[in-house]
Structure formats: C-alpha cells, structure tokens
Ligand binder design. Structure first.
Ligand code: 13P
Length: 249
C-alpha cells in the first residue's frame, strides 16, 4: 500500500474576519501555481467556511470546519451540524480538539458520536488526541493517548477517509514542542492502536502532529516516521508562514 499524501491543515481557531480571506487566497494561489507534495486544508471559523469555500472554489486547497454537533438538526442553539458544514462547502472537520475537550467537557464518546456525524455528512474527520503536561509528567502519555484513540474513533471509520492528530496540550500555542523522539514514540503507539482497531487499513491512516509547528521546525517534524502531516494553529494565520510548512512536507 502506498502511503497517502501528507495532509497539512491550518486551524484558524476563533480568528479571522472577512479580510483574512486574502491570506487563504494567497495560500491557494501558491498551491495552485506549484502543487506541493501535501494535501492542503484550511479550517476557518464557521462564519467563514462558506465564503472561503467560494473564494477558493476550484483551487487545490480544501476547507474544513473546527467542530460539529452529533445530531443532524434540531433545537441546539448556537451549534452547527456536520451537514451544515458540508452544505457550506467543507470537506473536512476537526473533532475533539483539546480546546473543546477542556473548555466544553467533550468526552471520547461524544467525539466518537461527532465522527459518526461527520461520516454521515460525507466529511473527513480529523480526530485530535493528546496529553496534558500533568499527564506527561506522571508518565501517563501513552496510556492517555491510546485511551483517547480507542474511545474517540468509532468502528464505522473502517475503510473511510479520516486522520488522527496528536496534539500534546502543553505544546499548543506555547512555542514548546516535544523532542523528535517523543513525537515518534507517541505516533508509533497511535499506529499500534489504529492497526489493532482497523487492521491493515489502520496502517495507512494519516497521523498528523500539532503543537507549535512553524516553518523552522516543520522539516524535522514531518520527516519523523509515522508523521503524516501537521495540524497548524498560529502559523496558519499568515499565508507565508503556512506555505513554509506546506513546502516542508
Ligand atoms: P499552535 O500551532 O498555535 O500551537 O496550535 C496547534 C493547534 O492547536 C492546532 O489545532
């Protein structure tokens, strides 16, 4: 089985007004002019999903959401369904980001239900996992991450397009990154869980790394075995920085 193309996805989090679409257009122009080895995606706030998908229509850059509700519709004020993201032009959705697990108490079971919703809507889920600093210091990284993988990925993902993103909570937005060996150790453990759950199919599922990825560290991180791309926060907000990471893949 040939390895899938790496995926470099930008997570804009709660950043970006309409003017920020200029950055997305600049990314798309560069990617279209010189197609990179990687697939490239941008996940703007929900208010920009439709406008970004329209602005990039036909370009090689995919558009994703940052979360969805498990239900397809209903009385859930303020929430957004996977079907709505797909209707707005998204093809992917980030699920179980640590900022949602911590800020909204999202459990593995809820993340798994959201992943099923994504499949129902034809979206490719990027399911995030990662340990806190306290969990790492207690020597619990591998057991925490393995438990999140097992609990957050429903069996229905077998044979479907999806990715896992390893994002150590303490590396997000801090400028800190694990050592290359620490990243490799966790990715190998995640790969073991994926093959245990999905057999041979699990061997090809991309495992992205996220947490303070920047142009200056992207080459060495993306060269680690079993790192199949990156989920990029702060450095995805500026086209030049994001393109520096895309080109490293
Ligand atoms: P930073 O790249 O800003 O550390 O954020 C990582 C992240 O949370 C991506 O989802």
């Amino acid at each position: 089985m040939t390895a899938p193309r790496p995926l470099i996805a930008g997570n804009w989090k709660m950043n970006g007004l309409e003017l920020a679409l200029d950055e997305a257009r600049a990314v798309a122009a560069a990617v279209d002019a010189r197609p990179p080895a990687a697939r490239v995606a941008l996940c703007p706030p929900a208010t920009l999903v439709h406008r970004m998908a329209e602005a990039l229509g036909g370009a090689c850059v995919e558009v994703g959401g940052q979360d969805c509700r498990a239900e397809a519709s209903g009385a859930f004020t303020g929430d957004i369904a996977a079907e709505m993201l797909a209707d707005a032009g998204a093809t992917l959705v980030i699920l179980g980001h640590s900022e949602r697990r911590a800020g909204y108490g999202e459990s593995d079971a809820l993340v798994a239900a959201k992943a099923q919703a994504a499949l129902r809507a034809g979206l490719e889920p990027i399911v995030c996992v990662g340990e806190t600093l306290a969990e790492r210091e207690a020597g619990r990284t591998l057991s925490v991450v393995a438990g999140q993988v097992r609990g957050s990925l429903p069996a229905e993902l077998a044979g479907k397009a999806f990715a896992v993103a390893y994002e150590p909570v303490w590396a997000i937005g801090t400028g800190l990154t694990p050592s290359l060996m620490q990243i490799e150790e966790v990715h190998v453990a995640i790969r073991g869980e994926l093959t245990g759950m999905f057999g041979a199919y699990g061997a090809g599922v991309p495992i992205l790394y996220g947490g303070s990825v920047k142009p200056s560290n992207a080459v060495e991180i993306l060269a680690i075995p079993d790192v199949g791309g990156a989920l990029v926060g702060g450095a995805s907000l500026k086209a030049a920085d994001f393109l520096g990471i895309v080109e490293a893949a």
